[in-house]
Design a protein around this ligand. Structure first.
Ligand SMILES: CCCCCCCC/C=C\C=C\CC(=O)SCCNC(=O)CCNC(=O)[C@H](O)C(C)(C)COP(=O)(O)OP(=O)(O)OC[C@H]1O[C@@H](n2cnc3c(N)ncnc32)[C@H](O)[C@@H]1OP(=O)(O)O
Length: 284
């Protein structure tokens, strides 16, 4: 990220660049900095144009989470350097006309990332600076708290794309917004605006802009400053255990099933049409 962008991000929140340190300098799709004073990590996705989760971004997120666990960070804010988009989800190019081994590797890497983020010991907040469709919504749901910029959209359009979602994604959505709302949302492949998302509990707060989103994320993390990290981490793991155990038990079978569905000609046709519409839609 340019010095200018750091300055606007941190100075806007009264944190000087000197109070932060760059955690990794060799990442291509992420900027990771840690505030020296409170140990909070800022993980900013910067994969242009819309933070599509290609293999590189997924792998860098996974590496970063492993390193943050080792560094005993006190909390993480997952965000984006882009004002309009938090994350545009999985890379549709990986889903179109895929080679079975390649697509299996891709989904299993994503699945591992989901479990890592969902099961992290430190508190996590998604400061969603804009749209968060599909995989972007999944990243947000893995965090403990979600702040989203107003006038953004969030949801998982799987059904509309002809994709039956793996059960861990369904479980994740159900645990976030309840079974009834999850059923309605996922079977319709519904995308919600910010107000609707707040109403069902898919997000926790609405922000005016990215600075406000980061500030609200920081406020959430501040509430943990007086809480013992070990007790907090153990409690979180107990609450999240059933979904994690379920993936460990059924993840491989789910993956096989998911990949065979993705490869079906009728699903490929739908995905092709979806991609065509995406490329040819009227931009706002
Ligand atoms: C156990 C089994 C494991 C299986 C794991 C499965 C996990 C299942 C969980 C979730 C399932 C998710 C499936 C997906 O994530 S599929 C991806 C779905 N994503 C979307 O549908 C989002 C599509 N994108 C958009 O709606 C917009 O791009 C938006 C994010 C709103 C941003 O809009 P805008 O700012 O106007 O930008 P553009 O649309 O012009 O996009 C810029 C270029 O980027 C291309 N693009 C966008 N998104 C993707 C994507 N996801 N993959 C590939 N490419 C993408 C877009 O076509 C533009 O390209 P170009 O400039 O060449 O036209």
């Amino acid at each position: 990220m340019s010095t200018y962008k750091y300055a606007t991000l941190f100075l806007a929140r009264n944190i000087s660049v000197n109070q932060t340190r760059t955690f990794f300098s060799n990442l291509k799709c992420l900027d990771v900095t840690i505030n020296r004073e409170n140990g909070v990590a800022y993980v900013l996705m910067k994969h242009p144009p819309v933070n599509t989760l290609n293999m590189q971004l997924i792998s860098e997120l996974s590496l970063t989470l492993s390193n943050l666990e080792k560094s005993k960070c006190q909390g993480m804010i997952l965000s984006s350097i882009f004002d309009k988009v938090f994350c545009s989800g999985l890379d549709l190019n990986e889903l179109l006309k895929p080679k079975p081994e390649r697509v299996k590797g891709y989904f299993s890497t994503f699945q591992e990332l989901v479990i890592q983020l969902y099961g992290s010991s430190f508190p996590t907040v998604a400061a969603m600076t804009g749209h968060s469709p599909a995989g972007g919504c999944v990243l947000g749901m893995c965090c403990e708290y979600r702040v989203m910029k107003k006038n953004s959209q969030i949801g998982i359009p799987g059904s509309r794309m002809g994709i039956a979602l793996p059960r861990y994604i369904v479980n994740l959505m159900s645990s976030t917004i309840g079974l009834r709302n999850a059923e309605l949302m996922l079977t319709k492949g519904k995308i919600l605006n910010t107000d609707e998302a707040l109403k069902v509990g898919l997000i926790d707060e609405i922000a005016n802009d990215r600075t406000d989103a980061i500030r609200k994320a920081e406020d959430f993390l501040k509430e943990y400053e007086m809480i013992a990290p070990l007790a907090r981490g153990i409690t979180k793991r107990i609450i999240r255990r059933s979904i994690i155990e379920d993936v460990k038990m059924n993840g491989a079978a789910d993956l096989e099933n998911f990949v065979s569905v993705i490869m079906l000609p009728e699903v490929q046709e739908k995905l092709d049409m979806y991609m065509y519409n995406l490329k040819n839609r009227k931009r706002d």
